[in-house]
Design a protein around this ligand. Structure first.
Ligand code: SF4
Length: 676
């Protein structure tokens, strides 16, 4: 790739969406509020995949058990014929669609429309269900609106104190850490992570006990006289019910359940409450539990007791993970949602969207992500699945079971830029364009809409997801103009569809974005960088305390499985690793699955540093190399979830779901260690 023009764009990976310039096939960082000229190792090396020999450039169709090259017409005709046949025999819900939080806003929007209009199916959900859903559900309950971080990232620069629970940005999004440097930082994490190393105070609860800790910190806040009574009466309702439960979580009880010393509980509350400006931020570590939504509600309750949300210079926010984790959950690729963050069972929402799409009716709510995967190939479940921007064989919980379900399908279609682990078992693989080869908008972790522009020409033979949707829709009898392929045209329709919804993009235009305007939604005319300063989004303008009780992990250690496993990320890899494992420098740095173990635990299991171990749960067995880490809790092991094959951490994880968000319990399950 030579002599390509200098184009401003944003990183293809996480939700910080660092600004970069791409020229002659090389990226360089660009000044922008979120990254201030910084990039992490993933961002610096992101251009490598544009010219990777692993890149798919022709459709593949499985014949005689092998994936073989095919023309686009052959591949799309085959898929459309099979979908038509399945729908005729089994009905429209026999086809499922699985989207992703890395898809642009335009793709997320058109995918929801494609599923519900062209396929007529209710069976659509996306991998963001595995990522942000607990925080989203809790934010909706408390504030009436889910904008993960309802203030610009740069507001954190002026914080006196920040409590960060279950997040490790020093590895997941390193340039973000510069926004934490001026504050006294309290980190809550069962591991002593790179972020915990930067903290003033590190609380190290046992996995799955965060809810008890949040209740305990609320108890301490009240007992130590930090309750903001004026804020409670002016801006919230429901404190008394929440307090009735927190009142029973006195510090010594919290210490017994969580392992966090009383003195540390009190210090955390004091630092937070006595700072002039303070924030509570949550990440996946506290959210990915079967009690994830309630756990986030407990942290929001604490934030409200201290008078933080919706206050200038203070607040609550969650750290969105995937590149378009925020936008990806607003435009209708969720099982229960229509564009504009509208509920699919709301008659007024349905009527509005039916009017925009020119249809008389729409399917109702479908299954959540894991329930959809679990139903594949079953008598009442989908017989075909179309996957866009997701690698479920690595990223879904109980992943061997998911792989077996995929095998039970009549048709698996995967649109991806490389032969991901899921694409490798598909019947049809469709090669698609990637970030720098297409335009489209992303909404970053602070609700800011960003425009990615075409920086390089795509390789011959690939098409965009929008082309794929139109190609299939027209073969299924839809008019081509109902499924535009030009991102700006799709965005114009998205604007109208979002109008009047919670996530209102009606005032966002490509033109305004090209001019560099900072547009945080909702945008009718003006941008809203900070939500809730005057009122929360509930009809009465008040935020709600949500009474929640502690529930421990669904699976506790026992004689057969005496340890607890928790999972997370490393600096060099992104999500399922389908992209970053193909980047030479990243793969060299972290090439294989590993398990962090306390040295005494390793000795007890007859293992030494660097030895290959089997980590075994009730659902599977993962092979990982032992890293002895003295700061690990003695009965806890940690595995990164970016690896494929026998190294999949999700072979172990428990798919028990949060009753509200349908989030699986990724962050804790019972395991044992064996030598191999
Ligand atoms: Fe920035 Fe995230 Fe990309 Fe790293 S992966 S460069 S932190 S956007």
């Amino acid at each position: 790739m030579t002599d390509s023009p200098r184009i401003d764009t944003h990183c293809p990976y996480c939700a910080l969406q660092c600004a970069m310039t791409i020229e002659n096939g090389r990226v360089s960082p660009r000044e922008f509020p979120t990254n201030r000229g910084g990039l992490c190792q993933k961002g610096w090396t992101s251009a490598e995949l544009l010219t990777s020999p692993k890149r798919l450039t022709t459709p593949l169709v499985r014949r005689d058990g092998e994936l073989r090259p095919a023309s686009w017409d052959e591949a799309l005709d085959l898929v459309a014929d099979k979908l038509r046949e399945l729908r005729e025999v089994h009905g429209p819900d026999s086809v499922g669609v699985f989207g992703g939080g890395g898809l642009t806003n335009e793709k997320s929007y058109l995918l929801g429309k494609f599923a519900r209009v062209a396929l007529g199916t209710s069976q659509i959900d996306y991998n963001g269900r595995f990522c942000m859903s607990s925080a989203a559900a809790a934010g909706m309950k408390a504030f009436g609106l889910d904008r993960g971080m309802p203030f610009p990232v740069t507001d954190l620069d002026n914080a006196g104190a920040i409590l960060l629970v279950g997040g490790n940005p020093a590895e997941t999004m390193p340039p973000f850490v510069q926004h934490l440097r001026n504050a006294e930082l309290i980190v809550i994490d069962p591991r002593r992570t790179a972020t915990a190393e930067l903290a003033t105070l590190h609380l190290q609860p046992a996995p799955g006990t965060d809810l008890a800790l949040a209740l305990g910190l609320l108890h301490t806040a009240v007992a130590d006289g930090y309750l903001d009574k004026q804020y409670l009466s002016d801006r919230t309702t429901g404190f008394d019910d929440a307090w009735r439960i927190a009142a029973t979580w006195w510090p010594e009880r919290v210490e017994r359940v969580t392992g966090v010393p009383v003195a540390d509980q009190r210090a955390a509350v004091r630092i937070l409450a006595e700072a002039a400006n303070a924030y509570i931020l949550t990440g996946r570590g506290t959210e990915q539990h079967a009690s994830g939504a309630d756990t986030v509600s407990a942290w929001i309750n604490l934030a409200m007791a201290l008078g933080l949300p919706g206050t200038k210079g203070s607040g609550y926010g969650c750290l969105t993970g995937q590149g378009n984790g925020q936008g990806g959950r607003e435009h209708g690729q969720k099982a229960d949602q229509l564009p504009g963050y509208r509920k699919i069972d709301d008659p007024a929402a349905r009527e509005h969207i039916q009017g925009i799409w020119g249809v008389d009716d729409l399917p109702g709510p479908g299954r959540s992500a894991y329930e959809l995967l679990d139903a594949l190939g079953q008598p009442d479940g989908p017989k075909a699945l179309l996957v866009f921007g997701s690698n479920v064989i690595v990223s879904a919980p109980r992943s061997q079971h998911v792989a077996d379900r995929l095998k039970a399908l009549d048709l698996l279609v995967v649109a991806d830029l490389v032969l991901s682990d899921t694409a490798a078992v598909a019947d049809v693989v469709l090669p698609i364009t990637q970030w720098a080869e297409e335009s489209g908008t992303m909404t970053n972790l602070e609700g800011r809409v960003l425009l990615r522009q075409v920086a390089v020409a795509p390789p011959e033979g690939v098409r965009s997801d929008l082309d794929v949707m139109q190609g299939l829709a027209t073969r299924l009898g839809q008019p081509a103009e109902r499924f535009p392929t030009e991102p700006e045209v799709v965005f114009e329709e998205l604007r109208r569809a979002s109008e009047g919804g919670l996530a209102d993009y009606s005032g966002v235009t490509y033109e305004r974005l090209r001019q560099g305007e900072a547009l945080h939604w909702p945008v009718v005319e003006e941008s809203t960088p900070r939500n809730f300063l005057d009122r929360f989004a509930h009809a009465d303008g008040m935020a709600r305390f949500i009474p929640v009780e502690h529930r421990g992990p669904a699976e506790l250690p026992d004689a057969d499985y005496p340890l607890q496993a928790t999972t997370g990320r490393v600096l060099q890899h992104y999500q399922s690793g389908a992209q970053t494992r193909l980047v030479r420098e990243l793969n060299q740095a972290e090439p294989e699955a590993y398990v962090e173990v306390h040295p005494d635990t390793a000795v007890r299991a007859g293992l030494g540093n660097g030895q290959l171990a089997a980590v075994v749960s009730r659902r599977g067995r993962t092979l990982a190399r032992v890293r002895c880490v003295p700061s690990m809790l003695i009965d806890v092991v940690f595995l990164p979830f970016h690896y494929a094959g026998d190294g999949r951490a999700n072979l172990l994880t428990n798919p028990v779901l949060d009753p509200t968000s349908r989030m699986p319990e990724f962050k804790v399950c019972a395991v044992r260690l064996e030598s191999v």
